[in-house]
Design a protein around this ligand. Structure first.
Ligand SMILES: Cc1cc2nc3c(=O)[nH]c(=O)nc-3n(C[C@H](O)[C@H](O)[C@H](O)COP(=O)(O)OP(=O)(O)OC[C@H]3O[C@@H](n4cnc5c(N)ncnc54)[C@H](O)[C@@H]3O)c2cc1C
Length: 172
């Protein structure tokens, strides 16, 4: 047997996900499957609840939900074809048919709450922290990123996933 080298120290990567919408929850599920990764998800809301009524889930989204292991939990109304009409005249200007796709990948209109509950059910316990509105980030170079929340608390992470929506606080 040759000489065994010094044991490599395994460092846990601390990841902070900002925002508990579909993107943040999906990122938290995917990252939680990796070894040596510690995830914290910070959401500004006091409780996780969806706005809006329905969301259309198409082929690419079904594939992602499948990879995340939540596709079976998302039920909705099938849409096998779409017709686009001129809003003023009603004239047909285009359309798509997805009849050739396997049924599980066909577009469906889904209640947002169902999508969110399905995603939340796969986030490991203890990951989601509510009532945590990110106020600012500071790059500490080799020391990671310092996150400061509106309530004055501070968290340091090696990697930040900005999933805080269209008015993101996180820089590009
Ligand atoms: C009326 C409407 C209809 C739509 N219909 C469809 C559709 O049919 N199909 C489709 O695919 N898409 C649809 N969309 C788009 C879809 O809603 C968005 O693409 C999706 O919500 C984006 O997800 P997200 O997780 O990136 O962001 P968001 O859903 O916006 O989630 C961001 C999360 O971050 C939190 N947050 C924000 N700032 C902070 C902060 N500083 N600190 C901590 N947390 C924070 C928010 O509270 C929120 O929970 C629709 C959008 C609208 C408005």
């Amino acid at each position: 047997m040759g000489d065994a080298g010094p044991l490599e120290e395994t460092k846990t990567l601390k990841v902070a996900v900002i925002g508990g919408g579909p993107a943040g929850l999906g990122a938290a599920i995917a990252l939680s499957k990796l070894p040596d990764v510690e995830i914290s998800l910070f959401e500004r809301a006091k409780e996780l609840r969806e706005f809006g009524a329905g969301i259309r889930i198409g082929y690419n989204c079904w594939r992602v939900l499948e990879l995340l292991g939540v596709a079976d939990r998302v039920k909705g109304h099938h849409k096998t074809s779409t017709i686009h009409r001129n809003g003023l005249t009603g004239e047909k200007v285009g359309g798509t048919s997805v009849a050739n796709l396997p049924i599980k990948y066909q577009p469906r209109r889904v209640r947002r709450t169902r999508l969110q509950s399905a995603l939340i059910s796969k986030v490991p316990p203890g990951v989601i922290q509510l009532n945590k509105k990110l106020a600012s980030l500071e790059d500490l170079d080799t020391e990671g990123v310092r996150l400061t929340f509106q309530d004055g608390t501070i968290h340091t992470a090696d990697l930040v996933v900005g999933a805080d929506g269209i008015r993101s606080v996180c820089p590009d």
